[in-house]
Design a protein around this ligand. Structure first.
Ligand code: HEM
Length: 193
């Protein structure tokens, strides 16, 4: 599969920005945990709350701007419509059943229905993470936004949920790349497999 340059650049910028956001976000969470657990310190970034916030706020602009560029390019060029849509339940069941039996062929010319579903889901997860993040960053100035999320406390939970969706995606995404490693080079060089 040939990946357009804009998709490759935004994909790798997103991977770097997302890693920084998650690792620093876990450190921020540890300073005031929502649930009965904390993240291991060695998986986090920033050393202390102030340092983690500095990393989180620095990377958030990169992540958000990059996401806007990917979405704008994706819609304007038809990339999202052609490559990521449609996401139809019947196709998803069919391809998921094959995938679970390790019988899903990777034809190299288009994403299968499970990949399309995962990519659309993670796109929604990133959008939700950005919006809920803005709501808890400026709950007074952006009051209408935190109101939509049901207030600061609920927005914090939504932000955590969006992170969990994204982390779940990354684990699965990396496992799939490890199972079919020949998909990696085209995402770097732009050449077909
Ligand atoms: C960290 C967060 C990441 C997210 C949110 C993410 C998301 C995505 C998305 C949405 C696509 C489809 C792009 C499109 O065609 O529009 C994609 C493709 C791909 N990603 Fe990632 N990615 C991440 C990290 C990574 C990493 C770390 C690797 C490699 C080690 C990787 C390897 C790939 C490959 C190889 C493809 C193409 C798959 C194929 O052709 O079947 N991704 N990724």
């Amino acid at each position: 599969m040939q990946h357009p340059l804009a998709v490759r650049i935004t994909h790798w910028i997103n991977a770097v920005a997302m890693t920084v956001m998650i690792a620093s976000g876990w450190r921020i969470y540890n300073a005031s945990p929502l649930f009965d657990f904390v993240f291991p310190a060695w998986l986090t970034l920033g050393n202390w709350l102030g340092g983690a916030l500095a990393w989180h706020f620095a990377a958030m602009w990169l992540l958000a701007a990059n996401f806007v560029v990917y979405c704008a390019y994706g819609w304007a060029s038809g990339h999202i419509r052609r490559r990521l849509l449609p996401v139809q339940p019947r196709e998803i069941w069919h391809d998921a059943a094959l995938a679970l039996r390790f019988r899903l062929p990777h034809d190299g010319t288009q994403y299968n229905a499970v990949q399309r579903l995962l990519y659309v889901l993670v796109g929604c997860g990133i959008g939700l993470a950005i919006l809920s993040g803005l709501a808890i960053w400026k709950p007074v100035q952006l009051y209408p936004l935190s109101f939509v999320f049901g207030g600061y406390e609920l927005a914090r939970r939504v932000h955590f949920l969006a992170m969990a969706v994204i982390v779940g995606f990354i684990v699965l995404h990396l496992a799939l790349v490890a199972i079919v490693p020949r998909t990696l080079r085209p995402m770097i060089t732009g050449r077909t497999i």
